[in-house]
Design a protein around this ligand. Structure first.
Ligand code: HEM
Length: 408
């Protein structure tokens, strides 16, 4: 018997959720803006799917992100005790797993190093990587956009941001891809090598600082001091995890949204000044983060008349909140000219995405390049045949496209 049948709760492992998370969490289906569901691995969670409730939850200090709290709560709410997550201690002591005052200290040190200038400094290298990838694609008439473009671009940008030396990039890419896969065996194999490499990289930046984010992080200091060696490694790991998959899948799901709405794509091709607004709509309509990272209630919390008990895991469904009709008129329709202000694709509150300016810059350059170079791009399969992946990201395994106009 499946967990969904055993508990009577909606399952976030079900094909319906994986294929169409926004519709799956529509309030009619789940009976309101706050309800229970079963997440991956059999973990019972409270889902917050309404826009107003999600914004409230994202700023509620009673919803903790502390790692020890997470461990206790997960153990208490997991059906299959054997399936306890392995916590790689060295990689988890970062700001996204902490509450104030730790969060405030860690984030302020990162803010000192990850300035608007640090993102803007990357513009020439993002443009040149984009050009190279598009040149490589242009010799084919068809390609998998995920493999040829959406994966390699953000990887190259992160290596440049952090200052990963050129000769190390291939193995770095290999470990990181393994670490991000949904395959527990690949993850376990890759984690120690990645950890050892990150430690060595941090040390090398301490010995010979350069003009990159990691060197600036090593030197960043405020009245509470500097980041410890463990915090530096964990923060670097967080930047990689948070900055890679998200951008990959904004390019993948974003291009899909445009290709399955040819009227919107044509409008954007006619008037490129619409691109910044279109990127906000891509983030709102089918953004890469389906649910924010889990929070845990430190005491009973009432949301929209529902009482969530203490010590409960809470999944804030950004994808569903971003379609909520009370905030976005005709929320299920894709309109690149709608004012998408206030979407929650980058989160909200103290954990609001540190990399949002870089993500916007990178996707602006990426979509400009794709639209300029391949104005006749078309999906090569039926949209219903696209393979969406399980997990917290709105992730496509592949995106087969035709790049050139068919010969007449
Ligand atoms: C399209 C691209 C991106 C999207 C949609 C995105 C989305 C998000 C979201 C939703 C959160 C909040 C998670 C939560 O509250 O549970 C977050 C946090 C974060 N993001 Fe991003 N992100 C993107 C790109 C990036 C990039 C490029 C970087 C850095 C290189 C980055 C670094 C971070 C960090 C460090 C945090 C944690 C902030 C904190 O805990 O205070 N993100 N992001």
């Amino acid at each position: 018997m499946s967990i969904e049948q055993a508990t009577g709760l909606p399952s976030m492992d079900s094909p319906e959720y994986i294929t169409n998370p926004q519709v799956f969490f529509s309030q009619e289906k789940c009976g309101g803006p706050v309800f229970q569901a079963v997440a991956a691995g059999g973990l019972k969670v409270w889902v917050v799917a309404g826009y107003a409730e999600a914004r409230k939850a994202l700023t509620d200090p009673r919803l903790s992100k502390n790692v020890d709290m997470a461990r206790r709560s997960i153990l208490a709410n997991l059906d299959r005790k054997a399936n306890v997550m392995a916590f790689a201690v060295d990689l988890v002591s970062h700001m996204l797993n902490s509450d104030p005052p730790d969060h405030t200290r860690l984030r302020s040190l990162v803010n000192k190093a990850f300035t608007a200038r640090a993102s803007e400094r990357l513009r020439p290298s993002i443009e040149s990587t984009t050009r190279k990838l598009l040149d490589g694609m242009a010799v084919h008439s068809e390609t998998d956009l995920m493999e040829a473009f959406a994966h390699p671009l953000p990887m190259a940008v992160l290596c440049e941001l952090l200052g990963v030396p050129q000769p190390d990039r291939e193995r770095f890419d290999h470990w990181l891809s393994a670490r991000m896969s949904n395959d527990p065996q690949r993850i376990t194999m890759a984690a120690p090598a990645l950890l050892a490499y990150l430690r060595e990289l941090v040390d090398s930046k301490r010995r010979a600082p350069a003009d990159d984010l990691l060197s600036h992080l090593v030197q960043a200091q405020n009245s509470d001091g500097r980041l410890s060696p463990e915090e530096l490694v964990a923060t670097t790991f967080l930047l990689l995890v948070a900055g890679h998959e998200t951008t990959v899948h904004l390019i993948g799901a974003g291009m899909t949204s445009l290709l399955v709405h040819p009227d919107q794509l044509a409008r954007l091709q006619r008037d490129r000044r619409l691109l910044p607004g279109a990127i906000e709509e891509l983030l709102r309509y089918d953004g890469p983060v389906k649910t924010a990272t889990l929070r845990f209630t430190t005491e009973p919390v009432e949301l929209a008349g529902t009482l969530i008990p203490a010590n409960s895991p809470v999944a804030i469904a950004l994808a569903a909140a971003n379609r909520d009709e009370t905030q976005f008129t005709a929320g299920d329709s894709f309109d690149i000219t709608r004012p998408s202000v206030g979407h929650l694709a980058f989160g909200h509150g103290i954990h609001y995405c540190v990399g949002a300016p870089l993500a916007r810059l990178e996707t602006d350059i990426a979509f400009t390049g794709l639209l300029d170079r391949f104005p006749y791009m078309q999906l090569l399969c039926d949209p219903s045949d696209l393979q969406w992946q399980p997990g917290m990201f709105r992730a496509l395994a592949s995106l087969p496209v035709r790049l050139q106009a068919p010969h007449r």
